[in-house]
Design a protein around this ligand. Sequence first.
Ligand SMILES: [Zn+2]
Length: 485
Amino acid sequence: MGVTLFKNCKFLFAGADPKSVSTSHSVAVEDDRILFLGTEKEYYEQHPEKSLSTVIDCTDKLVMPGLVDGHNHLCNTLMNISRAFPFDYSHISDHMLTTIHDPYGWLTPESLYDITMTSAINALKHGTTTVENSTILPDTAYEAMDTSGIRGILAPQMASSFRLDSDPLNWKQALEKTKSCIEHYHNPKRRMSVAVHIHDLWDCMEKLMDGALELAEQYDTRFVTHFWEFQNAAERADEMWRDDGGAFSHYMKKGLITSRSVLFHGSMLREPEIEAIAGTGASIIHNPDINGTNCGNCAYVPYMLKKGINVGLGSDYGSLDAMSAMKLMLIVHNIMPRAERVLPYQAPFYAATMGSARAYGLDQEIGSIEPGKKADIITIDLKKAPHLLPLCTSLLEASPELLYFLFTRNCAGTTTSETMVDGKFLRRDGEFLDLDEEKFVKKTFDWAERCMTDLMEKHRFGEHYARIIHPDFMKDGDITWDVLN
Ligand SMILES: [Zn+2]
């Protein structure tokens, strides 16, 4: 591929440390890795033998590492249309069947492929170069992620209390499917990792959890799960495990929370639980948008950071994006009426880059612009970004950390000029090179129409695209085993 030079960057945010911000520096990329960071003159002095195949003039551009969306469901873009139907939002099982399982159960490989592609396009357009994808039909999801060019963490969803029409695996088959995905797709040195993913703690038998933990250990991959996103779920779990000192204490004893665990949301966690998690080395992925719009809560991130937990950032939803999540993260912790408030200006930038990368053990490879790391780089054309005023280079001398504030408070909606993943350009001059954005977006709007029409038809007859196998919040001993096959 030769050497690409991002030349004379007006702003280069190499990482989340204010000392890493520079102006008039250049970044060289050779094949899939970052070769050099410094002035253009230094580049020619250090690499006189290497000719340049591509030069991007960044005199008016902001250059930064691609964002790492630590939690998303790329096929879940249709979720919110189910809010049209009556359900008890505070009751977790009723809520999940209507808003999540139905649109999931409606999917086909064809629609899931198109919707996943559209979500990947949305992510790439808004600066994400790595995305965690908790998904059903993982072979199709892998195909779409691979074709889109994005770097991914594929997390095939496993649960036992319900079965989707679209992906009707029983719990043993779900474990087999995850194992097969790890064996076929897990290759963190390239563009894909596979994580072991149980959907949530109240819709999985303990046997499934145990099997999942074993798989993660056997293949040395991450173990990921939604963890305490809803008040109703936390309260019912506490009740269920009262004899064990409450749900959190039960799961800690079980070994569910370790350094290989990545917990999505953590929005119901209280101080003592946060302190316990800090001692394990587990990471939490903060999803401020879905916390606010779907759960009516907000993770206690300032306290998590104070206690040393690694916090990544996610969007949790195909039509949201990590750039907007950064802005929300900056804002919401100023508002939450808690003892610990306000984050350092660079905290959302860190969470959306190194924080998420570290959660998945990828921080040596991605998350910052450093020689030797993978070339996942984005540029923003400041001539087309009036919303990013008043960023100015003089602040490098006066207060470089203020640059993170100015960027983060206004970055929602920003699209990239260039997006490079693994040394390959996916976008140039604000356009995709190979991906047909209009085709996939139009197809997904059409799928949304069909899905809503079909869901209304189902609801008319009181039916669903999923069926309940056993009640949620059940201990294994209370489940009739024949229903599980
Ligand atoms: Zn989620």
